[in-house]
Design a protein around this ligand. Structure first.
Ligand SMILES: Nc1ncnc2c1ncn2[C@@H]1O[C@H](COP(=O)(O)OP(=O)(O)OP(=O)(O)O)[C@@H](O)[C@H]1O
Ligand SMILES: Nc1ncnc2c1ncn2[C@@H]1O[C@H](COP(=O)(O)OP(=O)(O)OP(=O)(O)O)[C@@H](O)[C@H]1O
Ligand SMILES: [Mg+2]
Ligand SMILES: [Mg+2]
Lengths: 258, 258
């Protein structure tokens, strides 16, 4: 039975896509079957993982708007074994406006998770846009767990209360059982004091929810997306690749303890 | 007659707030009267500039929803002379849903720009959220110009076509005269090849629209927001402060040439 994990933080540029793509790839290297669903109209995860440009092909937009369209009909293989993609593109922004008028608008994504999808994968990661929009609410309601990436800078902490409040609303008003299972520091620079200050603030507030494995700042992680590659394809021995493998181990250990 | 400039890029974490706050402050140091309007529900610009927490006070939410509420009634002084703030907060996310059902929903912000506001300032900067939502469309329609911040990494280039298409739509469908006046590189790391690669790609595509002055990567720019300070208050002699002053000069020169 696959677990569905939404990667979310409305603060922009804090490593949501990097985490979805590279943790997904690291888990597939560890033998897990992983699906990445791109629910961000920017389509950055799709840009990195898709073998071909998909603006004309059906994507998550069709799945949300057409009840008869299954996720399995849009899933494509990536160049990483064991890692599949359900692409998103800018039409998703249109889905947002169309869904607002419908009944059960917050459940469109959950409705599309038929048993054939869930049983085919060990883990499903949902990459979200940097906003608490209806698409992101859909991703909260459809998920079992939420993983929150943060950069070790102060502004990425400021909005966490709003994020947690919105998750609470999904639980109370929409009957979702989704649970925050952790925070991942996706860019740590040991040379900067602000990094340690920020991490200490996070640990003081969220304790063991903060993953022990951090991803160090690493230019390779910035370069890999320009080649449309995961960190493992771009430079499998760099610190970024090793950090993501260690993170995958911690992730699996934490999941097994549940 | 003040010029209204929207700072926008749906890519998250590329320096929208940093540019709004620090270019605004640099211009006020150069003797200009500047207003920063926070149209991002995250309220990061308000967090940095506001003298007091404003979740309970009226903000841009009230201005958009209540036709009788003027911007001037919510404007507050900041601790920087010549720099004022029209705060935003998380209620703005509610304005998005409420506005969608109304006629002329894209013009709510433009309607609130009465002559008393425009004439009181030399420049009005509008900080936006990392999404092409109705609030951001409002910011396109209400503005004279758009300034686009980019980080020198590849993913912040991928979404630029979508941004420019959306600006086009505002011009064609909503009769807005808004014009993109430039791209600012808000974080340049001369030690990374990806930075030069990205800048060359931008210059090849957008030519002279790319501002010559770049903001170098500088940890002080990361630290200043945690103290709720502009870069000039935090460390007026650091490279970040000098870069923003040079940027303000180029900005004024370009504005005078128009
Ligand atoms: N550990 C790291 N070291 C250096 N750069 C990193 C690291 N992790 C991510 N990056 C880079 O930081 C930028 C932002 O990351 P990413 O795009 O994954 O964030 P995001 O939260 O998905 O952004 P958005 O809010 O736009 O969806 C990207 O260019 C990415 O390559
Ligand atoms: N030149 C720079 N050097 C180092 N850090 C920088 C620089 N410019 C901005 N930053 C930091 O990068 C982070 C992202 O910047 P900022 O929050 O201004 O981006 P944004 O586009 O407003 O984000 P969002 O999409 O969430 O609104 C902040 O922590 C900021 O302090
Ligand atoms: Mg992303
Ligand atoms: Mg911002």
């Amino acid at each position: 039975m696959g677990k569905i994990i939404t990667i979310a933080n409305e603060k922009g540029g804090v490593g949501k896509t990097s985490l979805s793509v590279n943790l997904g790839a690291a888990l597939s290297i560890r033998g897990q079957q992983v699906l990445v669903i791109d629910m961000d109209p920017q389509g950055n995860a799709s840009y990195i993982l898709s073998k071909n440009a998909h603006d004309e092909k059906p994507s998550m937009y069709e799945v949300l708007i057409d009840k008869n369209r299954k996720i399995s009909s849009i899933v494509e293989e990536t160049t990483t074994n064991g890692l599949s993609l359900a692409p998103g593109n800018l039409q998703l922004a249109g889905a947002e406006i169309q869904l607002i008028q419908t009944y059960g608008r917050e459940f469109a994504l959950k409705r599309s998770f038929t048993p054939d999808v869930i049983e085919a994968y060990d883990y499903v990661f949902i990459d979200t846009a940097p906003s608490l929009s209806l698409l992101t609410i859909n991703s909260f309601v459809a998920a079992d767990y939420i993983l929150i990436p943060v950069f070790s800078d102060f502004l990425s902490l400021v909005g966490l209360n709003l994020l947690l409040d919105t998750i609470n609303i999904s639980q109370e008003n929409l009957g979702s059982n989704v649970e925050v299972i952790g925070f991942v520091i996706t860019k740590y620079d040991c040379r900067e004091n602000i990094s340690d200050e920020t991490i200490n603030l996070l640990k003081a507030k969220f304790g063991n929810l903060i993953y022990k494995e951090v991803i160090r700042v690493n230019v390779k992680l910035k370069e890999a997306p320009s080649k449309r590659q995961t960190i493992f394809q771009y430079d499998p021995v760099c610190i970024g690749a090793r950090n993501y493998l260690a993170l995958a181990n911690e992730f699996l250990n934490r999941m097994n303890e549940r």
